[in-house]
Write a new protein. Sequence first.
Length: 342
Amino acid sequence: MQIYPNQFHQDISKSLRPCYLVFGDEPQQKFDVIEQIRAKAKSSGFEERTVLVAESGFSWNQLIEATQSMSLFSNLQFIELELPTGKPGTEGSKILQEVAAQINPDILLLIHGPKIGKDVQRGKWYKVLDEIGVAVHCYPLEGKQLSSWINQQLHAHQLNVSAAGNRMIADFCEGNMLAAKQEIDKLALLYPQQTISETQIEQAMVDQSRFNVFQLVDVMLNGDQTRCVKILYRLESEGLEPNIVIWALIREWEQLWKLKLAQQTNAPIQWQKFGIWRNRQGFYQSAINRLSLQQLEDIQSALTRADHAFKQNVIARPYIELCHLCMMFMGIDLRAVPLLEA
């Protein structure tokens, strides 16, 4: 059974499940969920804890032994198994299925790792463990979900912040929920159980937004100009190599060109054919509705010139060039603007 991270506390406060699957690429939510499991396990008498990491050379017999061993100090065994790649492999899959079939109330199993795809979730080992336990997938939050999470954290500290203050915290720490948690904890120390103004938030916080090129692409496709510029600024300040961004833009142009040609047939777009998951289809739909074939051809020409210039290192301010290119993807006509800086 899958449960969202923000609903997990309600479930674990009632009772412990035999097994927990915690995966994702958002460290703060993963840490919160795992810590709740550890705390509940300890309060429920699972004082004997075994930690295993299924890295290269790992012997899966260790997991079998852990589930069958009896401790001198406790009859209840809490086993944590980390899958660094998110996949147990053929041998691991077989043993996890065996463990699932034999698991009993004296054993609590926690399996965690990075973000996993649908292919892993369709695996037999995952399905049998999901049936007897709980799966939690932790992804970075944005928009209303991020705002709701910030409100929960503030409420936990008995802090009162206006809607504008909430947005300020989100802007400071967007893309970095671990930093957001740390900043809210700091606000709680500075202004315990108080109503905090936007001025106080601004004085106390440091801009810790952290983004990646994939978030940049989604924002660009969606046509959010202000946020796109902000992410570009952060990527530049973090020292991201401009060639990585230009590579991503070229890749997105190729995808948009194929989608635009498919759109011209007036038939429904078969998104799976293009390898585009449901959560990103809206971004691409927005972009192809916004851009004409001529605009896409103009973008291709600009990308070709920019890519050549980047490789020749003849652009003084590459991120200004990247900003111009992103604006073109958002439908802004920059054909009359010289894009290359010598």
